[in-house]
Structures are given as structure tokens and as C-alpha cells.
Ligand binder design. Structure first.
Ligand code: MN9
Length: 289
């Protein structure tokens, strides 16, 4: 299997003033991330406001990004949905659009039993030739059993790995030390050094959209064994992330991108518009980058 190690932007989805997806800005943002030297893009996940898009919009985002990127970087498509059939339809589009793998959060809302969740992953994995990066995000979906799901598929070559968006780094290390080696990506940007220290193969994150150079500094320093430099870059990233959290991370990211000359619109409702104070803070952060 291809080596997927590295750092991936959880690509934001730009919107126009009328609220529709801005596919031109999407291409520009993808280029910005690739040119910065990131390993790839994770498209249509939490950061991409995947659950605020229609199924058709999610598919069109895959088509546009797939065609535009055309093999210049690794591409993951987040196809997770409450409905297995919907996830499969999106996975098929990801496959025909040239993505390297699909990813899916566990189905949520109905508190499905473990067996149903395993069947959901098995069904998506069988529907296309693409490998699966399971998206472990217990805080969002309330599902804490991903280790059991992963173990159920450990012999399946289509299991690529896990995007681990959790503060439980003991579990990250457990994913890394199963009977077969999987790719494990750190999902909370503010803990990238910690995730790498526990064995992560890289990271996938939202702040990578606007501060890829700081993320790359963390990643490369760590790889070169310069832990002090990696920690220093992490502290720099975390000063920024801490300043963003009170105003809403995604809204702030979009406003920072705007200040950097990459207008991507606002977040979709029910995300609230960014406050005036948030806008000023975003300007300050952009000026520091
Ligand atoms: O994709 C992102 N996860 C979520 C990863 O937003 C749920 C992270 O990049 C966070 O936005 C970031 C800030 O907490 O670490």
C-alpha cells in the first residue's frame, strides 16, 4: 500500500455570499494547501462542514477537488453519513473522482449498536475499491467503540487506518499497535506533537488551512528528532488556537483566510456569524502569520 504518512488539511468548504458552495474558491484553497507543502487534503469532514452540505453538494465537492488536484497530493474523501446508502453513493463518487481513500465517522443520532456500526463500515468498504480511514471522533458522535470496529476489520486489506480526533492518546497508541500496521492520524491540532510522540503517522486538521507552515514545522522537526523545536512550534500554534476557541474555530479560520487574501465566505447556519471582536482577533492573528 502507498505510504500515506504526513500532514493533511481538513479542507474548508468556501461559500459565496448567497450561501452556495464556491467551487472556484475551493480550488484556490486546495492549491494554497498543496503549494504550502502539505501531504494531502481531507475533504468534506467536520471542518468542511460536511454535515451542513446536501449529499449532492458533497459529491460535487469531491468531483471538483478530484479533477482539480489530479494526483498532485493525496486525497481522502469523508463520506460518513447516518445512512449507509448515502455514504455508499458518496464513496462511489470519491472513487470515480480519483480519491485515494474514503473516510467515515460512525453513524450517529440513533445510538446504533456495535454490530450495526461494524456492518456500516463493512458495507462502505465493499462498495468501492478504495481503502477506508475510519474517523474516530467520540465527542461528536458519542461512539466510543472504534477499537472494537477496527479489530473486527484488522485482516481486511481495505482498512487503511484511523483519523483519531480524541484527546485519548492511550487509545491512539493502541490503534498503532494492533496485529497489522495501520496509518493513524492525529485529529486535534493543538496536540500534534503529543500524537506524534504516541506513534501517529501524521495529522489531519482544520488549522492546517491557514497555518500550514507552522504545522509543517512541528511535523518536520519531530521527524528530524528535534523535539524541542517541535514543541516550540506547537506552542506557537496553540497560542493561536487558544485565541480562536472563544469565538468559534471554523468561523475564525474562515475570517483568517479572508485576511490572508483567500476569501472563503462564512460558515453555514446554524453556525453563528463571527462577532466584531472575533473579526478583530482574526485580523491580529493573520498579521502574525
Ligand atoms: O479535523 C479538527 N477537528 C474538529 C480536525 O474540528 C472537530 C481539528 O483540526 C480542530 O478544529 C482543531 C481545533 O480544536 O484541533
Amino acid at each position: 500500500m502507498k505510504n500515506f504518512q504526513g500532514v493533511y488539511a481538513a479542507l474548508m468548504t468556501p461559500f459565496s455570499a448567497d450561501g452556495s458552495v464556491n467551487y472556484e474558491a475551493l480550488k484556490t484553497l486546495a492549491d494554497h494547501c498543496i503549494d504550502a507543502g502539505l501531504t494531502g487534503l481531507y475533504v468534506g469532514g467536520s471542518t468542511g462542514e460536511g454535515f451542513l452540505l446536501t449529499e449532492e453538494e458533497r459529491m460535487e465537492v469531491f468531483r471538483v477537488v478530484g479533477k482539480h488536484v489530479g494526483g498532485k497530493c493525496n486525497l481522502f474523501a469523508h463520506v460518513g453519513a447516518i445512512s449507509t446508502d448515502s455514504a455508499i453513493r458518496m464513496a462511489r463518487v470519491a472513487e470515480s473522482s480519483g480519491f485515494d481513500a474514503v473516510s467515515a465517522v460512525a453513524p450517529f443520532y440513533y445510538s446504533f449498536p456495535l454490530e450495526a456500526i461494524k456492518t456500516y463500515y463493512g458495507d462502505i468498504m465493499q462498495a468501492t475499491s478504495l481503502p477506508m480511514l475510519m474517523y474516530n471522533f467520540p465527542n461528536a458522535g458519542g461512539f466510543n467503540g472504534m477499537l472494537d470496529v477496527v479489530n473486527a476489520f484488522i485482516q481486511d486489506e481495505k482498512l487503511l487506518g484511523i483519523k483519531h480526533t480524541s484527546q485519548n492518546l492511550f487509545e491512539l497508541e493502541q490503534f498503532k499497535h494492533l496485529s497489522r500496521d495501520l496509518f493513524v492520524f492525529n485529529g486535534f491540532d493543538e496536540m500534534l506533537v503529543a500524537g506524534l510522540s504516541m506513534g501517529a503517522d501524521g495529522g489531519i486538521g482544520s488549522t492546517y488551512n491557514f497555518m500550514p507552515h507552522i504545522i509543517l514545522e512541528i511535523y518536520h522537526s519531530f521527524q528530524n528528532g528535534d523535539i524541542a523545536a517541535a514543541q516550540k512550534a506547537q506552542e506557537k500554534a496553540n497560542r493561536i488556537i487558544s485565541a480562536m476557541i472563544p469565538f468559534g474555530v471554523f468561523q475564525m479560520e474562515k475570517e483568517i483566510l479572508k485576511n490572508l487574501g483567500l476569501p472563503v465566505g462564512e460558515c453555514r447556519k446554524p453556525f453563528l456569524p463571527l462577532s466584531q471582536e472575533g473579526k478583530e482577533k482574526a485580523k491580529e492573528i493573520a498579521a502574525m502569520l
